[in-house]
Design a protein around this ligand. Structure first.
Ligand code: SF4
Length: 262
């Protein structure tokens, strides 16, 4: 950063005092940060254009290096901008670049494979049938036709993603198995692991992970996950939680505990 460069606060910057700290964010870009009174003071200085040295004279409790570092961070979050810049155009450019890279696949690193919409739990807070914005999307979600992903559908979906990734010059992919409870569709997970393996025959490095309620492990599953080095994320709230039920209404904890001893 040039020491003479001047910055001012974005017109989209929002500063919200809270109990004990201050929340600052950009109303279009986000970037929520919780800061203390000294940093808030530094930000407020930029309501009139300042360079780093000018700002430092008002906040001597920060070193010049710290002031420069804060300015760089604020700039990257869009909190500070060059005086007179057309912020809306800059943001539109960023959106266009993001859209383009999404279409090209250069931002894809992980795909989440929802191998089933079914679950063997009935948690009181479950999101799975409640996050859809339209009735059409909800109907699709709960349709018996869409409860399980077939092996063929998984193969086609992953091959399509690999094609896009390779065209954009990427060489690795993470596949995360998700649900519902993904292990209810072990057939498709097993197929994906055996068919795609580490990705060698597709010329791409493939890694796997799974998010599971942890209740359905057995020796075969454990052996496969060990072989393919699959990190396991278990959604587990509390041993004393009273919101995580089996379909029969009983507390799910004993089942999870037994499954984890495999
Ligand atoms: S384990 Fe997950 S998917 Fe299953 S009911 Fe509970 S929150 Fe929903």
């Amino acid at each position: 950063m040039c020491v003479d460069e001047k910055f001012q606060t974005s017109k989209y910057l929002r500063i919200v005092p809270r109990e004990g700290d201050v929340a600052v964010y950009h109303s279009l870009l986000g970037g929520l940060s919780l800061v203390d009174a000294n940093i808030t003071h530094l930000l407020n200085i930029f309501h009139t254009p300042q360079n780093a040295l000018e700002a430092h004279t008002v906040v001597p409790y920060f070193s010049k290096e710290q002031v420069r570092s804060f300015i760089a961070t604020f700039k990257s979050k869009g909190f500070l901008v060059y005086p007179g810049c057309n912020e809306y155009d800059v943001i539109q450019q960023k959106i266009d670049q993001t859209k383009e890279s999404l279409h090209k696949g250069s931002q894809i690193g992980v795909i989440q494979l929802v191998v089933t919409n079914n679950c063997n739990f009935k948690c009181s807070y479950c999101f799975i049938n409640q996050i859809y914005a339209s009735e059409k999307r909800y109907a699709s979600q709960v349709s018996p036709l869409n409860r399980h992903m077939s092996t063929e559908m998984a193969r086609i979906a992953i091959e399509n993603v690999i094609k896009v990734l390779k065209e954009s010059g990427k060489s690795s992919l993470w596949i995360q198995f998700f649900g519902g409870e993904p292990l209810l569709n072990w057939k498709t997970i097993k197929f994906v692991l055996e068919h795609f393996e580490k990705g060698d025959k597709y010329g791409i490095e493939i890694n796997y992970s799974i998010v599971t309620n942890g209740s359905l492990f057995n020796h075969e599953i454990a052996t496969y996950f060990l072989k393919y080095n699959v990190p396991i994320v278990i959604s587990f709230d509390s041993p004393r939680g009273n919101e995580r039920f089996l379909l029969n209404g009983k507390n799910a904890f004993p089942v999870i505990k037994r499954s984890l001893t495999i």
